[in-house]
Structure formats: C-alpha cells, structure tokens
Design a protein around this ligand. Structure first.
Ligand code: NI
Length: 390
C-alpha cells in the first residue's frame, strides 16, 4: 500500500486516541495515564523496545529499520502534558477534568508521533534505528532535561533529534522552519529589597524601598536600550512589584519579579551580568540591602544549520515547493526541546494548525486534519535520513 493510503488508513484510529487524550488531560510529570496509553499502543504495534519511566514519566520506543547498515539513530520527540486551564469549548471530546486542558495541542503531538511509530513499525522501510520520545512536563517542568539527565541520549545511542509544534494561524499543510535561534531562552529574576519602613509623614526618618525599587525598574529598561546591540533581541519585563498596604506607612520591603528573554548565549550572559550590576548599583546608591536572584529557565532553542536544511528538503520533497517558510522571525516564547538541541544536532519546526484560537487559550483546539500531515512528515524524515538499501 502506498504511504499516503497507509497513513490515511490509520487517521481515524489516531484521531480517536487524540480525542481520548484530550478528554483526560494531565499536568507536568503527572502524566501516568497518558504515558500508559503511549506505552500500550507502542507495544501493541510491535515497536521493538518500549521503555517507560525515563525522566519520571517519559516513554521511549525503539524501531529498527529493515536494514542496519547505516548505523544511524534518529530520534523524534513529542510532549504529553496539558495546562492548568479550564476548557471553554463545547466539543464532544472536551476535557473531563475541571481546570485542566490540552490547550497547547500536546495531545495532537503525541498522536502524530504515535502514528509515525505505528507506520514505521509496520513498514520498516529504512536503514538504521528510529527512536520515538514522549516527554512529560514541557510546560515549565523541563521534562526534556529530566529525560536527558536520566540518560536518554546515551542509553539509546541517539545521534540527531527532531521536534515539532503545531501553530495556530498557519494553514494546514504548511510548515515554518528557521536556522539558528528559533525560540528564546526564558529566565526569571527575583529581587528582594529591604529598607527601613516608618511613618509616611516622616520620610527623613525612614529609608524608602519603594522609591529605590521604582528607580531600579526604570534602570533595568536600559539593558535592552543602552547595553544590547540594537540588532540583538533582549526582553526584560518586571512583572510583579509587591510592597506595602497602608496609605500612611512606608513599607520595610519590596519584592520584584520578572522575565528575561534572549536569543543568544551572549545576550543571555549580558542580561544576567547587567541585571546584577544595575541592581547592586542602585541599591547601594539608596542604601538598601537586597538579594538579586537570576534563575535560569529553558535555554535558546537553536536549530542546527545542516539539520534545518535537511528538514526543509524533506518537507519540499513530500509536500511540494512553497510549503515551508524559512523566513519566519524567531519568537520570544520558549520550549524545553532546547535542552535536547544542546545535546544533539537537530531541528524544531512548526506545523500549521489552521485557523484556531491561540495556544494556551481556553478555546484552543488541535486540528485533527493535521494528524496525517504530521505523520507523513515524521515518516519521511526517517526514510530520507536513513534510506533503505535496494
Ligand atoms: Ni506547547
């Protein structure tokens, strides 16, 4: 049976799996049911090796091609976790768990990679080994890192790694791929300032931390405007400022929180260095004691040039010219697939979800028409990277 027919034939089953996962969203590492479904399907479909419990609740499947001459091992990754959002759709398959929802389409990512595993286990029309990775806790829990720390790359001999995310607003059948930085590093700042509180009518007897904090918030804006190269991107957003309660009391402390986004390791280092310097300088000037914590989050998602080019070629070969846009700008969002791209060469791409509410929106819906597109992409990736010998 030709590939398109084979994949069309498993589309209804994959849609049913996707909708079942959608009805039963799970958060962070607590994806026991989802991981159970994944492991059971992989086993049922004859995947050679199925290992659960990597990075707490991650699942890995290994599929050997008909040939083993190339010695190549290529991995593909899907995320399995949902979000703490209350679903606001009237879909028949809407979430059955109040306050939890697959609002980022990770149910769709899981279904598409399962479909690829089923197709590849059935056809085995490649020379090498395909590894399918199903990870927990993409939404803030660094599940990818947990799997890496659990030996993911070495244990399965992974040489290259690929990832995919659906993109609302991009038509079904279209892809975005960028070379180099494609998503930002996302770090956090947490600054605690302590002055000397007292009566609002006697500012000369206190040491006002609010005035110092306001100067600091303003000064932090100069990192992007005065320190960074104007052609480089850097975001420093102070997102929380908590102090005081009364009309007539100058408080003792102020607490600031914020988010820092950068697209290169150089900008990330600059941001951390300058935030610490500016904070120390202003706090010294105002005589405040302070603690400035810079907390590293997900790194930059960096697509390796050769693998990004390869991916573009496979998309054009499978779907035709003009189906992949390589001119898209990077986004300042972040993604923990970045940890995998720090370990091995690879590429992270966007796949069109058609018109839908945005990611992380309570009315978002993964488009099931994307499933065969995603399965075809994964299947072609494996068959093109590790072509079967005649
Ligand atoms: Ni997501």
């Amino acid at each position: 049976m030709p590939k398109t027919e084979l994949i069309a034939a498993i589309h209804p089953e994959l849609t049913a799996i996707r909708r079942d996962l959608h009805r039963h969203p799970e958060l962070m590492y607590d994806v026991h049911r989802t991981a159970g479904v994944v492991a059971q399907k992989l086993t049922e479909w004859g995947v050679d090796e199925v290992v659960a419990g990597i990075g707490k609740t991650g699942v890995v499947g290994v599929i050997k091609g008909r040939g083993q001459g190339s010695g190549k091992v290529i991995a593909m990754r899907a995320d399995m976790d949902a979000l703490p959002i209350h679903e606001e759709t009237n879909l028949e398959h809407r979430s059955t768990v109040p306050g939890k929802m697959h609002a980022c389409g990770h149910d769709g990512h899981t279904a598409m990679l399962l479909g690829a595993a089923k197709y590849l286990a059935e056809t085995r029309d490649f020379d090498g080994t395909a590894v399918v990775i199903f990870q927990p806790a993409e939404e803030g829990g660094a599940g990818a890192k947990a799997m890496i720390d659990d030996g993911l790359m070495t244990r399965f001999g992974i040489q290259e790694v690929y990832g995919m995310h659906n993109k609302p607003g991009l038509p079904v059948g279209q892809f975005d791929v960028r070379k180099g930085p494609t998503m930002a590093a996302a770090d956090r700042i947490h600054i605690k300032i302590e002055g000397k509180g007292g009566h609002a009518a006697a500012p000369h007897r206190v040491n006002d931390p609010i005035v110092a904090a306001c100067q600091l918030v303003t000064a932090l804006q100069t990192i992007s405007s005065r320190n960074a190269d104007p052609l480089d991107s850097i975001v420093v957003s102070v997102t929380a400022m908590n102090a005081g309660e009364a009309f007539n009391v100058i408080p003792q402390t102020v607490e600031l929180k914020g988010s820092v986004r950068t697209l290169t390791p150089q900008m990330r280092e600059l941001a951390e260095k300058r935030i610490k310097e500016v904070t120390a300088g202003i706090m010294t000037a105002f005589g405040m004691s302070f603690v400035c914590d810079y907390l590293h989050g997900y790194p930059v998602t960096f697509n390796h040039a050769a693998q990004a080019e390869f991916v573009v070629g496979t998309i054009e070969a499978a779907f035709g010219e003009g189906k992949v846009d390589t001119s898209v700008p990077p986004t300042m969002g972040s993604e923990d697939f970045s940890y995998m791209l720090e370990e091995r060469p690879g590429a992270f791409i966007n796949i069109g979800n058609g018109e839908s509410a945005g990611l992380h929106h309570p009315a978002y819906e993964f488009n099931d028409e994307v499933i065969p597109v995603g399965v075809t992409y994964w299947a072609n990736l494996v068959e093109t990277a590790m072509p079967a010998k005649a």
